[in-house]
Design a protein around this ligand. Structure first.
Ligand code: SAM
Length: 263
């Protein structure tokens, strides 16, 4: 395996620090009877540690060149299955599961979307992401990092930014610091259909520096007066910006706008 060259296009930055691996596994907290799906096992650094726990492990890797190596490495563990597939197309069997992944940078946003769309089956997710993405996921309403991703993720999950991981813990080292985040499902299930909410979020944050009242026009409301009226009915200041609107307020705004939607 020493001849293997990491593929940049697949976001291959392999972990080599036993301490970080141990902390990630501890956060996933695999228990007897759990199914843990690992996204992008790479050269098996995390998979080997997960395999030694009393759980079932499904490791989904896209890179064909790594599959034979992984199968050989993990052969002695009866609880591990290596799947050669694009994770974004992977459909797990019925039942609950935990997700673990040192995510390739360009896959982070789609994996978060995948996790949201499978939220009813996700018991917990522990992801290594770029620190900047972790900040957006765990942002507080009103902060600079509050974004559509924060709203969507926090509507479905409680987010804990657990710890930062400097580039030296990876081979090759990435350019930026990473962070490990833990997503735990929120007790109150969000609405099943979030597609209109996503439209509302996209338009609301279209130009961050603009007032919310102006961002809603014309895609969602015909004119500024009507938009101001809707916002006032929700108790918003006329000068509100999207980054000041909480998850609950976005849900209310979406319900109101949906009622007025031109079909
Ligand atoms: N888990 C390993 C570790 O921590 O050392 C590897 C992490 S590396 C950052 C990301 C891994 O995801 C690589 O092995 C890469 O080939 C894999 N990958 C990239 N795109 C993928 C996809 N669409 N589906 C599944 N795996 C993918």
């Amino acid at each position: 395996m020493s001849a293997y060259h990491a593929k940049k296009r697949l976001g291959q930055n392999f972990l080599h620090s036993p301490e970080i691996i141990e902390r990630i596994v501890a956060l996933a907290d695999p228990r007897e009877g759990d199914t843990v799906i690992e996204i992008g096992p790479g050269r098996g650094a995390l998979t080997l540690a997960l395999a030694q726990e009393d759980c079932k492990v499904i490791a989904v890797e896209f890179d064909r060149d790594l599959i034979g190596y992984l199968q050989k490495l993990l052969r002695r563990f009866g609880n591990v299955t290596v799947v050669h597939e694009d994770f974004l197309k992977y459909e797990p069997e019925a039942g609950a599961f935990k997700l673990v992944g040192n995510l390739p940078f360009n896959l982070t946003a789609p994996v978060i979307d995948w996790t949201i769309s499978h939220c009813s089956a996700v018991q917990a997710a522990v992801f290594m992401v770029q620190r900047e993405v972790a900040r957006r996921l765990g942002a507080e309403c009103g902060s600079r990092d509050w974004s559509p991703m924060s709203v969507m993720a926090q509507m479905h999950f409680d987010i804990e930014i657990s710890f930062d991981v400097p580039p030296k813990h990876f081979r090759p080292p990435p350019k930026v610091t990473s962070s490990v985040v833990r997503l735990t499902p929120r007790p109150v299930p969000p609405p099943a259909d979030t597609s209109f909410l996503e439209t509302v979020l996209r338009e609301s944050f279209r130009q961050r520096r603009k007032l919310l009242v102006n961002n809603l026009v014309p895609a969602l409301v015909p004119d500024a007066a009507a938009a101001a009226e809707i916002l006032a009915s929700l108790g918003f200041e006329a000068k509100s910006r999207a980054e000041e609107v909480s998850v609950e307020q976005f849900l209310k705004l979406t319900t109101l706008l949906a009622g007025r939607k031109i079909q």
